[in-house]
Design a protein around this ligand. Sequence first.
Ligand code: HEM
Length: 387
Amino acid sequence: MARGDLRRFHRDPLGFLEDLSRRRSTDVFRLPWGGWCAGETELALAVLRDPGFNAGLSTFYGDLLPSRSAQIAVGHAVRNIIRARLPEYRENLAAAVPRLPAAGRWPETGTALVYECLADLLLHPAAAPELRSLLARSVGGGLLIRSPLMRERARAEILRSRLFTALIRHIGRRRGQGVDPGGPRDLLDAVLDACPRETTDEVVAELYVLLFRSIVGNVGYAVAWTVLLAGLHHPPGAPWPWPTDWIVRESARHRPFVWMVGRPVPHPIECGGVALRPGTILSVSPYLLHHDERHWSRPDAFDPERWAHPDKRGPYLPFSAGPFICAGAAVAQTMTTDTVAALAADARLTVLGGHTRPVVTNAAAPCAFTLSRTTEPLTRSHAPERR
Ligand code: HEM
């Protein structure tokens, strides 16, 4: 990327993308970091749904699994174990939220909270303590999303290598013990049961970490965006007047954590007025679609009230769309809403020092902010409406 573009991108990544889209002369425009992006909403939706762009293996798993049916089996197994343990997640939230400091640093508090409430589901308590400790450290150690800072990326690489060594050793041991007759005890059992028998320990470890990041990172950052945006758009300390579900949805519309999804072009094709070569990555930006004025009224406003009228909404794809849509969308939505509801219950939340511009690398994460949470009892007239 040219230096001027890089500076503008760092200053305001989403504004930079909008500007590129606004200045385009064709429905598809070139991205300065490589590949192309569908700038027109209908074309973007067609790319996500078109069997030509969505045949074969999904890019989420890359080449880790040999077939689409194996990918689907792993996605379903993971979703099922999380769905079955949602009551345990809620119980853990009820115990963990009161232990949070009165003023916490976010977004890391959000990812740490989600991790803490899922820890036994992610890795059974009987697993090696060293591995459990490495997993816990990976949450704040830069493994969930790529840091924009070289120094932090290097530190995350060292941690990643130690985590993989411990994980591969553990996977070998667990395979030796055989399948637990009571069904999968944790995420690792679910992955091991669902993936083909010949999958190597190294690949199982890659799959496990990929899913670990999708669960803890995506949900944790979605929670962080929600408390930040609701806090910035409402008087400090006053209870939010909106149902939690509306705030979670509106936050994922306003600032989708997954801001780009890519599809490799399958064969030479003319798309949106541009000739694309096979293998080129054609991206769709949920952010651009969520801010298209032809489909959303006042798209730049953070307005949870719009979710009172679901018929008035435009294309909404925080979890993507089409055959490769997120396998965990429904459980992710429930977990995010439950977490935000637990944080807001009987509490006054105040955001200090945040703004709405994200830090964008492979995902669009909220900037650093402080969330103060105090728990004086609320009077009945101030009690927030819940879900
Ligand atoms: C707020 C939280 C989450 C968000 C925003 C999110 C978003 C996404 C997106 C955008 C994709 C890529 C789809 C594409 O390439 O078109 C994806 C894929 C996927 N996600 Fe999620 N995700 C979240 C949470 C979860 C959770 C909790 C799970 C586990 C149950 C999960 C499992 C998956 C799987 C397995 C795929 C791959 C689907 C496939 O290729 O078949 N995600 N997710």
